[in-house]
Design a protein around this ligand. Structure first.
Ligand SMILES: [Zn+2]
Length: 177
């Protein structure tokens, strides 16, 4: 596996969300899933939006970064799925200890080329891929989905630390300057 940036111990700092939680309150427990230095902007939020003339649920959040930017696991977990899907393109799904899952879409290439295999344990901030534009995508970005323990999509922005907060967490752990 390519670069493992951080120790799994990082997760000790971050409280695990349990099944029942407010749907609207922001309670971050996931680190920002991109190399924060290359993150540009959120181009599309979670929720209903018009797609191809019809209203449909955008099941994740779109995070813009240059092609090739590192995509990292938002929390430690195990690779539960990886492959290529029509809309999602090359993707990786990571399952966390509370059965919630995070999905990383539109990756540049087959994650298996980076050593990402089914069942692999990944630490928080471990590289799972590179930003690309595979699948239904109009330009390089990471589509990040958060699924609860019943497989229902939740708003990732309520669960994610911002890039600045993520950097703060890493600094406190002595893992960034
Ligand atoms: Zn998207």
């Amino acid at each position: 596996m390519r670069t493992v940036l951080l120790a799994a111990a990082l997760s000790l700092l971050v409280p695990v969300r349990q099944g029942a939680q407010a749907r609207t309150a922001r309670t971050p427990w996931l680190l920002f899933p991109l190399d924060v230095r290359s993150f540009d902007r959120v181009s599309s939020k979670f929720g209903m939006r018009k797609m191809h003339g019809r209203r449909a649920l955008h099941r994740g959040v779109d995070l813009v970064a240059p092609r090739g930017s590192l995509v990292v696991a938002a929390r430690e977990g195990r690779v539960a799925d990886t492959g290529r899907a029509r809309a999602c393109g090359w993707y990786v799904t990571v399952e966390h200890e509370n059965s919630w899952r995070t999905v990383y879409c539109h990756l540049r290439s087959d994650p298996r080329r980076l050593g990402i295999a089914l069942g692999l344990r990944v630490p928080a901030m471990g590289v799972v891929g590179e930003v690309g534009s595979t699948g239904h995508s109009t330009g390089p970005h990471l589509h990040f989905t958060l699924l609860d323990d019943r497989g229902e999509a939740r708003d990732p922005m309520l669960a994610l630390y911002t890039p600045a907060e993520t950097l703060e967490v890493l600094k406190r752990m002595g893992l960034a300057r």
